[in-house]
Design a protein around this ligand. Structure first.
Ligand SMILES: Nc1ncnc2c1ncn2[C@@H]1O[C@H](COP(=O)(O)OP(=O)(O)O)[C@@H](O)[C@H]1O
Ligand SMILES: [Mg+2]
Length: 352
């Protein structure tokens, strides 16, 4: 077990800089998920931690030890990739044992270690099978077993669930989370899927264009997004962004009402008012934030999402699942003031 820290990590390929100074400390035993759109530098960061790629500058420490100049196998890490290769001609036992190929442990100790890992993964009865006799989820577990068998200080996962179908993905994400709760090893997990990040992580690192946008618990990044990028990346459907302008005592939403604000803002400053669909509901009472015409309904059973054309753009709101308003009707949308998020429209940064 070990903590992991990245200090001012920079990576440049030829002339293109893809990581612009990544600073992060991951606690011993923590489950940290890197999330961000394709190409933002998640895999590059992970590969640098693993030693498969060299940092242009910056420092990587695992368990307090600087590992920049260590070979991957000297770093006490194990990595599971999206395209994990398990060998079709080898049994599950041999495939898991492959993780120990360079180990100098005696044969009997290796076997004992494989048995232990198989037991943790619930695969004891499958050890003599070949991969073709396994389900997709079991094959995935073999790949994880191969990484676990070395008892690394840190596990690195690079989108290991992306090739699985939706149901299996949900199942494996739960299994990996349970596995972490049992073994307690530090995990760095990369995904482009914000639901995976939210459901699995102790802390989420949200990246964009080679820069960290925010680091926080799932609750922090959801309820206190640092900027409009994080606000719209985390949560589905995405947060609505209503354009507005600061005025004395509040923010006037374009084509809508005025939102009271307790911070002093220079009058005329362009503001975005963020409101999550679940906080925006049709209501007869109170001052409407905006109103508009309902264009589309998406019934989900327990609730209905409604699309409303307003002076502040097309907004997504949540209506009752049983008796949602009719398409074509005019709806007044309200949101509790404490659910609103304010952002500087020019920088995208959240206002305190
Ligand atoms: N070997 C390479 N040579 C040049 N550019 C690369 C190389 N590997 C990755 N990149 C670029 O670095 C950026 C980050 O890539 P990557 O870390 O794979 O993103 P992610 O995993 O977040 O999708 C991308 O723009 C990608 O095209
Ligand atoms: Mg990647």
């Amino acid at each position: 077990m070990a903590d992991l820290s990245l200090h001012d990590l920079v990576k440049t390929y030829d002339k293109t800089q893809v990581l612009h100074g990544i600073d992060l400390h991951i606690e011993d035993g923590e489950f940290v998920v890197f999330v961000g759109p394709s190409g933002c530098g998640k895999s590059t960061t992970l590969r640098i931690i693993a030693g498969l790629e060299e940092a242009t500058s910056g420092e990587i420490r695992i368990g307090g030890r600087v590992v920049n100049n260590l070979e991957p196998k000297e770093r006490d890490i194990a990595m599971v990739f999206q395209n994990y290769a398990i060998y079709p001609h080898m049994t599950v036992r041999k495939n898991i044992g492959f993780g120990l190929r360079s180990s100098k442990l005696p044969r009997a100790d290796k076997d004992a270690r494989i048995d232990e890992v198989a037991a943790i993964l619930g695969m004891t009865d499958l050890l003599s099978r070949k991969p073709s006799q396994l389900s997709g989820g079991q094959r995935q577990r073999v790949a994880i077993g191969r990484a676990m068998v070395r008892d690394p200080a840190v596990f690195l996962f690079d989108e290991p669930l992306s090739n699985l179908d939706a149901q299996l993905r949900t199942q494996m994400r739960l299994e990996i989370k349970k596995l972490h709760q049992r073994v307690g090893t530090t995990i760095v997990f990369v995904t482009h899927d914000q639901v995976e990040a939210m459901t699995m992580a102790d802390r989420i690192v949200i990246m964009k264009d080679g820069r960290i946008q925010q680091v926080g618990t799932p609750s922090e990044v959801y309820h206190k997004p640092a900027n409009t990028f994080v606000a719209r990346f985390i949560g589905a459907p995405a947060m609505n962004m209503l354009p507005g302008e600061a005025q004395a005592g509040g923010v006037a939403v374009t084509g809508g009402g005025t939102v009271p604000v307790d911070v002093a803002l220079p009058a005329g400053r362009p503001i975005l008012v963020g409101v999550r669909p679940e906080d925006l509901t049709p209501g007869a009472e109170g001052a409407a934030l905006v109103e508009g015409r309902l264009t589309v309904r998406e019934p989900l059973g327990h609730e209905t999402l409604i699309y409303v054309d307003t002076g502040a753009g097309e907004l997504i709101a949540k209506a009752d699942g049983r008796v949602p308003p009719e398409v074509g009707s005019t709806v007044r949308l309200t949101a509790p003031p404490d659910t609103l998020h304010l952002f500087d429209a020019e920088t995208g940064e959240a206002l305190a």
